[in-house]
Design a protein around this ligand. Structure first.
Ligand SMILES: NC(=O)C1=CN([C@@H]2O[C@H](COP(=O)(O)OP(=O)(O)OC[C@H]3O[C@@H](n4cnc5c(N)ncnc54)[C@H](OP(=O)(O)O)[C@@H]3O)[C@@H](O)[C@H]2O)C=CC1
Ligand SMILES: O=C(O)[C@@H]1CCC=N1
Length: 257
């Protein structure tokens, strides 16, 4: 039994590398260069979609929304006992079922951090997925990060918060690095300082818990430096901007083609 991956782009290739310790991976992509890349990365490749299905129990759909319906049409009636895991943003279980027909389908939403096996992955299952199928999905996908089973009503929100999240975090990191440069550090030194600061702050919050605002009061000395910076963030509407950023991303999940 192997895991079949349709689409060896950003996400398909990242998942493949996470899976390889647990299962055999076979890849199919319409782009011949991507197929060559998959071979060089040590994976099996299927020259046709039908070949990928042979011996696959889990099939990961990792193509862009605009290409997903065409692939699903090719899968119509062919899934049989296989579990199709779609990570296509904005594509509902109902839409997938309406194209492939009866079948076991898991709608998942990961983020780019699966590339370092630190992905944040939400999923929801249709009624055909058995307990054993879900166990198998958890066994394989947990090699790429942490899993959250959520209701489908929250998948689009998760897409905006965690799926798109790394890009928002990269934007924040980029701004903080520029701030370091402005104060006189080289780019490389500023980047290293910022990454250490951010990773350390995440670890504090993970280890000790509590609300981030409580931790702000431990950093901000009365009448000190930190609170001057916090005031500027408040004046600029930092929290509101981030909330609106995630909300607009959520709105867009309803309009993806
Ligand atoms: N990127 C991210 O951070 C995240 C993406 N997602 C979702 O994951 C999915 C994949 O995204 P991403 O990996 O970034 O996309 P990419 O464009 O990097 O990868 C998709 C790959 O699939 C190939 N492809 C297109 N059509 C077919 C087909 N009919 N059969 C086989 N392969 C095909 C593409 O080839 P070609 O380039 O020639 O078209 C490309 O190589 C999307 O639906 C997205 O919504 C979810 C969470 C995070
Ligand atoms: O930007 C996108 O549409 C996809 C979904 C989540 C991350 N990337």
């Amino acid at each position: 039994m192997h895991v079949g991956i349709i689409g060896y782009g950003n996400m398909g290739s990242s998942f493949a590398k996470g899976f390889m310790e647990k299962v055999q991976v076979v890849v199919y992509d319409i782009d011949k260069d991507k197929m060559q890349k998959a071979l060089e990365d040590g994976f099996g490749v299927a020259q046709k979609l039908e070949f990928l299905l042979k011996d696959a129990h889990l099939v990961l759909l990792a193509v862009k929304p605009k290409d997903a319906k065409g692939v699903l049409e090719s899968l119509r009636g062919k899934l049989k006992d296989r579990v199709l895991v779609s990570i296509v943003a904005g594509l509902s279980l109902k839409e997938i079922e309406s194209i492939v027909g009866e079948g076991k389908i898991i709608r998942a939403m990961p983020n780019l951090n699966v590339a370092v096996q630190r992905g944040t992955i939400a999923y929801t299952c249709n009624s055909e997925v058995s307990h054993e199928d879900e166990e198998e999905f958890i066994r394989v996908f947990s090699s790429c990060g942490s899993l959250y089973r959520i209701g489908e009503d929250l998948i689009d929100a998760f897409t905006a918060l965690a799926g798109s999240g790394p890009a928002f975090v990269f934007k924040f990191l980029s701004a903080l690095i520029l701030a370091g440069i402005r104060e006189g550090f080289s780019y490389e030194m500023s980047k290293s300082i910022v990454l250490d600061t951010v990773i350390g702050s995440c670890e504090v919050l993970k280890k000790f818990g509590g609300h981030p605002e409580e931790w702000i009061t431990k950093v901000a000395s009365p009448g000190g430096t930190t609170i001057e910076g916090i005031k500027v963030l408040e004046e600029g509407g930092f929290s509101g901007i981030l909330m609106e950023c995630v909300h607009r991303a959520w709105e867009k999940t309803k309009k993806l083609q």
